[in-house]
Design a protein around this ligand. Structure first.
Ligand SMILES: [Zn+2]
Length: 85
């Protein structure tokens, strides 16, 4: 008779375990850029203090992030248009 055993894995609660933000990045001058095309994104406004809306004029794409996501962005990024594609 086979017996199934499981090992309990602790939930990922550490911020160091969080995956890197892949949709936007912050340029050295502090602007928010779209990771897909590396273009600067325009801030459209916030909703209920929980979500921040940005718009990429190059991709015509709406991106919503939380303030927590912005706090997780590194101060500067060495992201270029060629690497974004
Ligand atoms: Zn874009």
């Amino acid at each position: 008779m086979a017996v199934a055993t499981t090992t309990k894995v602790a939930p990922t609660t550490s911020r160091a375990m969080m995956p890197p933000v892949a949709t936007v990045f912050r340029s050295p001058d502090g602007d928010l850029h779209h990771a897909r095309c590396a273009s600067r994104m325009d801030f459209m406004g916030g909703r209920a203090g929980l979500e921040l809306d940005f718009y990429c004029l190059t991709c015509c794409e709406h991106v919503t992030v939380t303030p927590y996501v912005l706090s997780r962005l590194p101060e500067t990024a060495t992201f270029t248009r060629a690497r974004a594609r």
